[in-house]
Design a binder for this molecule. Sequence first.
Ligand code: P6P
Length: 335
Amino acid sequence: KENAIAQPVGTTLERYIMRKQAEFPFATGELSQLLRDIALAGKIVNREVNRAGLTSIIGAMGQQNVQGEAQQKLDVEANIRFIRALTNGGEACAVLSEEEDDIIHTGNCNGKYVVAIDPLDGSSNIDVNISIGTIFSIYRRVSPVGEDATREDFLQGGRRQVAAGYILYGSSTMLVYTTGHGVAGFTYENSLGEFFLSHPSISIPTSGTVFSCNEGYWFDYPQYVRDYLMQCKRQGQSGRYVGSLVADYHRNLLTGGIYLYPPTSKNPSGKLRVLYEAFPLAFLIEQAGGTAESEHGPILDIVATEFHQRTPLFVGSSSMVNLLLTKSVGAVEQE
Ligand code: P6P
């Protein structure tokens, strides 16, 4: 947040990106262009999401995605839109998508960046008109410019991200992102087709009164998680769980709270994906003054070895995540 020049609410995303770039004399503009490309794809997906109930494309395609989950057509559509926008934009040499088993090479071998993306998370919520979201994570490639991207470009580790963010298709559509200098939020004005700066500098409250988890797994949760949740309930805290990660995360980011996806028997390593869910949301939350942990330490310190590997995720207000962790430590000592 050093030398950040405060920009007035109402600034367009375009002007914001331009002014931010001007703060860094050595910036060449490629990352700026990449962010524009992501915002463009977000506008297109937003239009598809808003029409989802109206067009014949709704409903499961009957196709399985690489995760073996029933694929809703909108996440196929979103996947195509983001890959196309990143290919046409020219700045990303490769994309790793939740919807694709392997790296998608864009053909932009001179592109300096790679993007890991969940094009439309929570797509099972589409048919019931619940908010859904895109989550993205950007790295500067480590493979030689001019050649194809490699696995290593995507497996550099969470602290090597140069930018990360999400687009929330909710009661309004918002783009929230960081380039390592704080977190800014932009709200989309459909009639103008523009994102406008609405949240110049987002900081998560150090504590909150909301816990977000699927309590249907209560008897599956580790004891320390149940102990923590019982304490939250004794304190009269509120359970809020949309079942759409970006929606739950965004609410907690603004009001304070904790999102928990612990290990379960169905997902012993957690359900959420490291590269395009946990890492970007962990980068954002640390930039906003919050905390993101798995059972084994900070999310950003995870050493990912597989593209689609999963992790438990505890993310949100620092005092809430830290209190949970003290219980987990207590559990270990009791063992
Ligand atoms: P469960 C949606 O499928 C998702 O990936 C996240 O958006 C959401 O928070 C979580 O899974 C919901 O999972 O097991 O509670 O239905």
